[in-house]
Design a protein around this ligand. Structure first.
Ligand code: CP
Length: 315
């Protein structure tokens, strides 16, 4: 089917696992069209004029939250910023009551981040507004997976046949899951790299290869995506010391000598400089970390535009 014949029909974006490669390509193609808005002197389009977007964040965020806010503003939507810390959740109000009360004000799109896996799906079944997952527990972070795929496609032309290493704390990473689904559906080979204690349960069921040695596989990678160790999600230490982890899995200037000269170095942020990646590498010539952030804006504009379109079709 030609690109322009495709009609997006989903009212929600909960994850990438259940999307087809064609649907993922369609989001990326749509994002390409939205990039131009950010180059205008007046960075606005009327696409979501009259619509209300709620940023419903129950976990901290710098990139995702501000990117969704700016994306919604650029599309002329009104934006409500909800944070758990300053809300009536502290008085015992439930997620559903919170969402329903906001919905009573007339909202169209809920962007939710929550520590509980499944919270976005739950909301999508219980409210009328469109729901976009901005990260749920260890499950998915679909717009991160999309912006990572978008960044690779933009620089390399295609993901077909590329080898992408995802390194570090895979077990606790929703970014890793959404990346795995997006990248493999678009034709890349994904290699998960890290100590056995940071591999997810049932890793053999994922469409990936696994390596316990970064030095063994670094030379064959076209893209390397370094993950933060999510100490806040761990009950006990998964490795003897941070120094030892950095020694075996940190991306250092010295280790980069083994990489292809045109390898793309990615990181979803926030970075723990000196732990999973050295500053000289994070800020070096192969790094596309800030391009990922920039591309997130167009991707989130595209996602909000598409779910709004999906809602109109479902009416
Ligand atoms: N990548 C990402 O989700 O960053 P934030 O936690 O700052 O949103």
């Amino acid at each position: 089917m030609k690109k322009n014949q495709f009609i997006w029909k989903h009212k929600h974006l909960i994850g990438l696992r259940d999307l087809s490669s064609q649907e993922i390509e369609h989001i990326l193609d749509t994002a390409e069209g939205f990039e131009e808005i950010s180059t205008r002197s007046v960075k606005k389009a009327p696409t979501l004029r009259g619509k209300v977007v709620v940023n419903l964040f129950f976990e901290d965020s710098t990139r995702t939250r501000n990117s969704f806010s700016l994306a919604a503003n650029r599309l002329s939507a009104d934006v409500i910023e909800f944070t758990q810390k300053s809300s009536s959740v502290s008085k015992g109000e439930t997620l559903l009551d919170t969402a329903r009360n906001l919905e009573a004000m007339g909202i169209d799109i809920v962007v939710i981040r929550h520590s509980a896996g499944g919270a976005p799906k739950f909301l999508s079944r219980n409210i009328n507004a469109c729901v976009i997952n901005a990260g749920d527990g260890y499950c998915e972070h679909p717009t991160q997976g999309l912006l990572d795929a978008y960044t690779i496609r933009k620089i390399k032309g295609s993901l077909e046949g590329l080898k992408v290493g995802i390194v570090g704390d895979i077990a606790h990473s929703r970014v890793a899951r959404s990346n795995i689904y997006a990248l493999t559906k678009l034709g890349a080979e994904v290699i998960l790299v890290g100590p056995p204690t940071l591999m997810p349960a049932k890793v053999e069921k994922l469409p990936v290869k696994v390596s316990y040695s970064l030095d063994d596989c670094l030379g064959e990678l076209d893209v390397i995506n370094m993950l933060r160790i999510q100490f806040e999600r761990m009950g006990s230490n998964p490795f003897p010391s941070i120094k030892e982890y950095s020694h075996y899995f940190g991306l250092t200037v010295e280790r980069m000598k083994k990489a292809k000269p045109d390898i793309l170095v990615m990181h979803p942020g926030p970075i723990n400089r000196g732990l999973e990646i050295e500053s000289e590498v994070a800020d070096g010539p192969n790094s596309v970390i800030l391009q990922q952030v920039a591309n997130g804006l167009a991707v989130r504009m595209a996602v909000m535009f598409l779910v709004n379109q999906g809602a109109a079709i479902k009416k």
